[in-house]
Design a protein around this ligand. Structure first.
Ligand SMILES: [Zn+2]
Length: 244
């Protein structure tokens, strides 16, 4: 599914193979063009994304605000949280948002233990969501790596996992803007400043946020965040899978 940079440029490929060890040691990541294309676009589109939910304390608040502004977003669900909050999975789906797969456990040691372990987390999460939605053979078709695809930890395993995802018809996407809510140390004002700083000078934005209760109160600044992006001329869209 992916068209990787350099794939058809054999001269570069030879150089790439020769420098393979060096590349691995410096954690160089070859990105799929689909994700790069989104990040490189000058179009003023904002994809709001919420990871790690759903949770009863936060997800309903986020959904209420999105409904008020008539904005569609993307929720990268954890299978373990989907399992305990089927009502919220249904609500996310019924209100027209995209559901992405964030794995089952959010535990990198488990997730990357083997190819089987990795695919089991993806399939288990799909199965839980499909059962809740009453859709047979459900697949989210889009994955977000916990901590992102380019984080140093488990970088070699992630390179392998990108191939496994391709084998099962999955895309993956990171983000290019964030308010750093997962760092759990910022005031609402600083969260807003973080968002503005990370969005500065960019066209299309994929904004990382979280709908879990143990991080900063993204829901407190969500309306302000939306208003800021609207004032910057952004339209909002949800990420879509190939089948949408
Ligand atoms: Zn996460």
């Amino acid at each position: 599914m992916y068209v990787f940079f350099l794939r058809k440029k054999s001269i570069f490929l030879v150089a790439l193979l020769l420098s393979g060890l060096l590349a691995l040691s410096t954690h160089e990541i070859v990105l799929p063009t689909s994700m790069n294309t989104i990040f490189a676009s000058s179009e003023k589109v904002a994809y709001l994304t919420f990871d790690d939910g759903p949770t009863s304390s936060v997800t309903p608040k986020i959904l209420d605000i999105l409904k008020e502004y008539q904005i569609k977003a993307t929720f990268f669900l954890l299978g373990s949280n989907a399992e305990t909050h089927p009502d919220l999975v249904k609500r996310i789906y019924e209100e027209g948002h995209t559901i992405g797969n964030h794995g089952y456990s959010h535990n990198n040691a488990k997730l990357y233990a083997s190819k089987e372990a990795f695919l089991k987390e993806i399939h288990k999460t799909d199965e839980i969501i499909g059962t809740i939605l009453g859709i047979k053979n459900y697949s989210c078709h889009i994955f977000r790596f916990p901590n992102g695809s380019t984080a140093r930890a488990y970088c070699q395993e992630k390179q392998e996992a990108m191939k496994w995802l391709e084998e099962i018809g999955y895309d993956y996407i990171d983000w290019n803007a964030l308010n750093k809510d997962s760092e759990r140390k910022y005031s609402n004002q600083v969260l807003m400043e973080n968002l503005k700083e990370s969005a500065k000078g960019k066209g299309t934005l994929v904004v990382l946020m979280h709908d879990t209760g143990d991080v900063n109160k993204t829901y407190d600044i969500l309306a302000d965040s939306i208003n800021f992006l609207l004032s910057e001329g952004y339209n909002f869209k949800e990420l879509t899978s190939p089948e949408h």
